[in-house]
Design a protein around this ligand. Structure first.
Ligand code: MTE
Length: 320
């Protein structure tokens, strides 16, 4: 891939800047002085951009009580205005720009090492699955966190639909590519389109969730409509948005951030308080609801469900 880089590589501001400086400069979360005022400011905003969606009748879906939280849900007015979606800008206030994304028609390609390769429209895909709501923690590598009521279906259901061949070891996922719509994709130093990947064992873990809605409604565009991933035990960058392609492969995919800076962003990216990002600590996180700091939990608190996936892999960089 021919990546033109401004310097040796161009870090997005949120990741290039030491976290405390970034938070202060942006004054969005403002972990130190001024948190209250800033959160109050966010609080005054309306939930963003309700719009007619052909799938609206499917919501709200029943909540699956197996996926509960130890903390308050983060209000929609906060999560809908504090997003990472570099296709629409390398800052958090992309909600408005993301409304340019056209989410119908939306075709999803399923291909590679599987018995049932297909191209399927999002509304046909929704007819083949059972939607449910799950409350998940959401922990960004930048050390902020939220608690989000996602609606969607198990990634394992899509894997079943595809019927992976025995040689398939990984699932590679890709976001749309449309620089005319997504101004961020005109930044040629990024390796567009956004790509992520998981092992098939991770893809079929019960926690791996394909998200189509949030707060009991179809997913708003800034969250990665109409189809994004939620992997709550991993740093948020693994949860790829606005997916158009799922490919089964025997080669470990190189993800967007890994391609940009492999010393800082690896394939596994499991949450671990004891393994710092090369430029900042991961020991604690700032909860978006009130700006409070909390200790980071190993696997973001989901060790019971996922720790077994990594047994015997101690030599791997599991936590970057
Ligand atoms: N997916 C795409 N296509 N583009 C992105 O920039 N950002 C990632 C992830 N998925 C990103 C993406 C990062 S860094 C995070 S933390 C989460 O989306 C943010 O999701 P949220 O905006 O719903 O909180």
């Amino acid at each position: 891939m021919n990546i033109i880089r401004k310097r040796s590589w161009e870090l997005p501001e949120s990741m290039a800047t030491p976290e405390h400086v970034f938070l202060n400069r942006r004054a969005v979360l403002a972990g130190m002085a001024g948190t209250g005022a800033i959160l109050a400011g966010l609080g005054g905003m309306r939930p963003a951009f309700a719009e007619e969606d052909p799938s609206a009748g499917l919501y709200p879906a029943p909540r699956n009580e197996a996926f509960k939280l130890d903390r308050e849900i983060t209000p929609e007015r906060l999560t809908s205005r504090y997003n990472n979606f570099y296709e629409f800008g390398s800052h958090k206030q992309i909600a408005e720009a993301a409304q340019a994304l056209k989410i119908r028609p939306w075709e999803v390609v399923i291909d590679g090492l599987c018995d049932n390769p297909q191209t399927i429209g999002i509304d046909d895909l929704l007819k083949k699955v059972q939607l449910e709501e799950r409350l998940y923690r959401h922990r960004c590598v930048e050390a902020w966190s939220m608690a989000v009521p996602w609606t969607g279906f198990a990634l394992a259901d899509l894997v079943r639909l595809a019927g992976p061949k025995a040689e398939a070891k990984y699932l590679r996922m890709e976001t749309f590519l449309d620089p005319d719509t997504a101004s961020g994709q005109r930044a040629t130093w990024y390796p567009w389109p956004y790509v992520e990947g998981v092992t098939l064992a991770e893809a079929t873990n019960e926690l791996a969730f394909l998200v189509t809605g949030v707060y009991g409604k179809p997913l708003a565009k800034q969250y990665g409509a109409p189809l994004r991933l939620a992997l709550p035990w991993k740093y948020g960058f693994k949860s790829i948005k606005s997916i158009v392609r799922f490919s089964f492969t025997d080669e470990r995919p190189v993800s967007f951030w890994e391609e940009i800076q492999s010393a800082e962003y690896g394939f596994w990216a499991n949450v671990n308080p004891e393994v710092p990002h090369p430029r900042w600590s991961q020991a604690r996180e700032q909860f978006l609801n009130d700006g409070s700091y909390r200790p980071t939990l190993l696997f973001n608190g989901y060790g019971e469900q996922v720790a077994d996936l990594y047994k015997g892999m101690e030599g791997e960089r599991l936590y970057l």
